[in-house]
Design a protein around this ligand. Structure first.
Ligand code: SF4
Length: 237
C-alpha cells in the first residue's frame, strides 16, 4: 500500500476519527491497523521508537515504505541503542528522524546541576523526552507506538487507536494486544533488528542512568527507574 497525501483535518475531526477507529479496529491485526493509518494519514503519520526493537517500524514500513520513524536522543542512551538506531536507518525502508532536547546534557548539568535524573527524574524526562516529542510531532496528525497491554499494569488498558488529548494527535498502538511471545515470533520470522541489551539481561531499554538489568521473576519494565515510584517517562500519560 502506498502513502496517500493526507488532507488537513481539524482537531475535532481527528478526535472523532480516533474514537471511531478505536472501536472499529479493536480486533484488527497490527498490519490492518497500520494499513488504515497509512491510508488515512499518509505522510502525516509516523512511528516513534525507543530502539528497544524495530517491530512496529518493520510493520509500518510494510504498510507505508519510507515511513518516518521518530527517535528521541536524550543524550543518555546506551551505545547499543544508538547502534540499533543506526542499523534501522541503514537497512530498513524507513526514514529515521532523530529528535534532541533543547539543552545538551552539559547545558542541563550547568543549569540544573549534575545527575538531575537522580534528583528529579520527572523534570529530566519532561525536558529530555516529553517536550522534544511534543515539538517533533507537530507536523503529524497521528503517531504509532509499541505499547502493549501485557507490559505492565499501567499499560493494561492501552487502546489500539486513541485520542491523545495532550498533543491533539491520534495515537495508535498496533501491537497493544500482542504478548511477548507474539513479539518474539515476529522478530524471529522477519529477522527484525532488536537492541542487543535485550539479550544481556535487560527487559526494557531506556536511558542508561535509569535502566538496570532484571532480577529473577521481575516484569519487563521493572528495570526502569528501579526503586522509585516512577514507572513512565510521561510520553504515554
Ligand atoms: Fe532523564 Fe532518566 Fe528520563 Fe532519561 S529516563 S530523560 S535520564 S530521567
Amino acid at each position: 500500500m502506498s502513502a496517500v497525501a493526507a488532507r488537513e483535518r481539524t482537531p475535532e475531526e481527528l478526535r472523532d476519527l480516533a474514537r471511531s477507529a478505536g472501536r472499529e479496529l479493536e480486533d484488527a491485526s497490527a498490519q490492518d491497523i497500520l494499513g488504515w493509518a497509512a491510508e488515512t494519514f499518509g505522510h502525516r503519520f509516523c512511528v516513534t521508537s525507543s530502539m528497544e526493537d524495530a517491530v512496529v517500524a518493520h510493520l509500518a514500513s510494510r504498510a507505508m515504505p519510507g515511513v518516518d520513524v521518530v527517535f528521541l536522543d536524550t543524550g543518555y542512551h546506551f551505545p547499543e541503542t544508538i547502534g540499533t538506531r543506526d542499523a534501522v536507518d541503514a537497512v530498513m525502508d524507513v526514514n529515521v528522524v532523530t529528535l534532541t532536547p533543547r539543552r545538551t546534557v552539559a547545558e542541563q548539568d550547568a543549569e540544573f546541576g549534575p545527575k538531575l535524573h537522580d534528583r528529579d527524574p520527572d523534570l529530566c524526562c519532561a525536558m529530555r523526552k516529553v517536550a522534544p516529542l511534543k515539538e517533533g510531532l507537530e507536523g503529524y496528525d497521528a503517531w504509532a507506538t509499541g505499547l502493549r497491554r501485557d507490559e505492565s499494569p499501567t499499560r493494561s488498558e492501552t487502546a489500539v487507536v486513541d485520542w491523545d488529548e495532550n498533543r491533539m494527535k491520534v495515537k495508535i498502538a498496533p501491537i497493544a494486544r500482542w504478548t511477548q511471545d507474539d513479539v518474539d515470533a515476529y522478530v524471529a520470522q522477519h529477522g527484525v533488528l532488536t537492541n542487543p541489551l535485550l539479550m544481556d539481561g535487560y527487559g526494557s531499554v531506556g536511558c542508561a542512568p535509569c535502566t538496570r538489568r532484571l532480577l529473577d521473576g521481575e516484569d519487563a519494565r521493572a528495570g526502569r527507574w528501579a526503586g522509585r515510584a516512577k514507572t513512565e517517562c510521561g510520553l504515554h500519560l
